[in-house]
Design a binder for this molecule. Structure first.
Ligand SMILES: Cc1ncc(COP(=O)(O)O)c(C=O)c1O
Length: 405
C-alpha cells in the first residue's frame, strides 16, 4: 500500500496547509461553550474559557437563544422525534414543515415556499431544476458562492443552458448582456437575472427597482437571494424587497433560516406555487435528500413569528448599527457605507486581517478577518456584524478594542 508520503492527495494537501500556515492565512476554528449571543464563552489557547463579545455572527435579531425559539424546538423534538428518516415524498412531511412553509410565504409576501436543509441546497436546487436548455442565467459577479455553484451545476446538468456574469450592480453592463441575449438565436427559453439582496462581504444592497425594470423590458425573471436581508432590511424586517417597497415584485427568492430567522440551519425557495410544485416533482435535493430537521423547522417558525410580532427588534438593530458606524468612523476606521448590519473595515492583506482579528480576540472581542479566496486578493477585511442583542456598552467595548489595534 502506498504511504502518506507518496500518495498524491496526501502530499499536495500537506503542501497547501504548510503554505497557508507560512503565509499567516491558516484558519483556526474558535471553540464556543455557550449559546450564540452578544457575549459567548470562548476557549482560550490555554484551554480555559472566557466571556468574549461576539461581533461576527449573523444572529441579527438576537433570536438564536430566544426562550420561545428554544422551547418550540424542544417541543417538536418531543412530539416528532428526530425526523422521518427518509425524504419527504417517500415517507411524509411533518406538519411543522407545512406550517413553516406557510409562515415563510406570509413573511416574504409570496404565494408559496419550500424548505431545504440550507440555503446552499436551495440554490443548488433552484437553478438546475428551474433552468432548461435554451435559457440564459445572468448573475451578479459578487453573488454568493452557492449561487455561483448552483448555476454552474445547472449548466452541467442541462446541456445548452447558457450562463453569464454581469459586473457588480452595473445596470449598463447587465443591459448590454440582455441585448446580446436578444440577438442570440441560441437563447430560446427563459432569461433569469440573479442577485444577492444584501451582498455579504461588502454589505451593499442590490439595485432591485432598476433590476425589475430591466427584467420587465427583456421578459426576464428576477431571483433574489436575501439571506442577509431577512430581519434586517425594510421597516418590518421582511427584506430588501420591503426596503424598496417591492413586496410582490420579485419572481423567486432563496433565503436562509440560519441567520436572523432562528440561526439554526435551513433554507428555502419562495415564490409562485408552480415553483414549489416543480421543486417537489423534479428538484434533486428534494427527491434524494432528507427534510430540514423538524426541531429546526419549529424553531425557525417561532423566530419568524417573533420577528413579525416584534418589529421593534429590527429598529434596535438599525439603531445599534447607526451608533456603531458613527463610533467606529470617529475612531479613525473606514467602513464601507451601506444601510445593512454588515460593517466591513478593509485592511488589504489577508495575513494582516487575520492578525488584527487575533489581537481583537486577545482583547475579548470576536471579529473575524476575511481574506482570499473568500474575498478578492488585496481586499482582506475585518467584518463587523451588528445584532439587536448588543447593548451600547458592548459597542463601546468593541470601539475601545479597535482603538488599541
Ligand atoms: C447570500 C447567501 N446565500 C446563501 C448562504 C448560505 O446559507 P446557508 O448557511 O443556509 O446554506 C449565505 C451564507 O453565508 C449567504 O450569504
Amino acid at each position: 500500500m502506498p504511504t502518506a508520503a507518496t500518495r498524491p492527495f496526501d502530499a499536495r494537501t500537506d503542501a497547501v496547509l504548510a503554505e497557508l500556515d507560512a503565509g499567516g492565512q491558516y484558519k483556526h476554528l474558535q471553540m464556543l461553550d455557550s449559546p450564540m449571543d452578544a457575549v459567548v464563552r470562548m476557549r482560550q489557547p490555554d484551554g480555559s474559557f472566557r466571556d468574549t463579545l461576539c461581533f461576527c455572527s449573523n444572529n441579527y435579531l438576537g433570536l438564536a437563544n430566544h426562550p420561545e425559539v428554544i422551547e418550540a424546538g424542544v417541543e417538536a423534538l418531543k412530539t416528532y422525534g428526530a425526523g422521518t428518516a427518509s425524504v419527504r415524498f417517500i415517507c411524509g412531511t411533518f406538519t411543522p414543515h407545512e406550517t413553516l412553509e406557510a409562515t415563510i410565504a406570509k413573511y416574504m409576501g409570496t404565494e408559496s415556499s419550500y424548505t431545504f436543509v440550507s440555503c446552499w441546497t436551495a440554490n443548488e436546487s433552484l437553478y438546475p431544476t428551474f433552468g432548461e436548455a435554451g435559457d440564459l442565467i445572468l448573475s451578479d459577479e459578487l453573488n454568493h458562492a452557492c449561487i455561483i455553484d448552483g448555476i454552474r451545476l445547472a449548466a452541467v446538468i442541462k446541456k445548452r443552458l447558457h450562463k453569464g456574469v454581469y459586473k457588480h450592480s452595473d445596470m449598463d453592463d447587465l443591459r448590454a448582456k440582455l441585448e446580446k441575449a436578444r440577438a442570440n438565436p441560441d437563447v430560446t427559453g427563459q432569461i433569469w437575472v440573479v442577485t444577492d439582496g444584501v451582498f455579504s462581504m461588502e454589505g451593499d444592497i442590490a439595485r432591485l427597482p432598476e433590476l425589475r425594470v430591466l427584467c420587465d423590458e427583456f421578459d426576464a425573471m428576477l431571483v433574489v437571494d436575501d439571506s442577509h436581508g431577512h430581519g434586517v432590511m425594510g421597516q418590518t424586517g421582511r427584506g430588501t424587497h420591503e426596503h424598496f417597497d417591492m413586496v410582490g415584485k420579485v419572481d423567486y427568492f432563496t433565503g436562509t433560516l440560519g441567520k436572523a430567522l432562528g440561526g439554526g440551519a435551513g433554507g428555502f425557495i419562495a415564490g409562485a406555487k408552480r415553483g414549489s410544485e416543480l421543486t417537489v416533482q423534479r428538484g434533486r435535493p428534494t427527491l434524494f435528500s432528507n427534510a430540514l430537521p423538524v426541531t429546526v423547522a419549529a424553531s425557525a417558525n417561532k423566530a419568524i413569528e417573533i420577528l413579525m410580532r416584534e418589529p421593534e427588534r429590527v429598529q434596535k438593530l438599525r439603531d445599534n448599527t447607526a451608533y456603531a458606524r458613527e463610533q467606529i468612523t470617529a475612531a479613525g476606521f473606514d467602513i464601507i457605507e451601506s444601510p445593512t448590519a454588515i460593517c466591513p473595515i478593509i485592511v488589504g492583506d489577508t495575513a494582516k486581517a487575520i492578525s488584527m482579528s487575533k489581537r481583537l480576540m486577545e482583547l475579548g472581542v470576536f471579529v473575524i478577518g476575511f481574506g482570499y479566496p473568500v474575498v478578492p486578493e488585496g481586499t482582506a477585511r475585518l467584518r463587523i456584524q451588528m445584532s439587536a442583542a448588543h447593548e451600547r456598552g458592548h459597542i463601546d467595548e468593541l470601539v475601545g478594542a479597535l482603538k488599541k489595534l
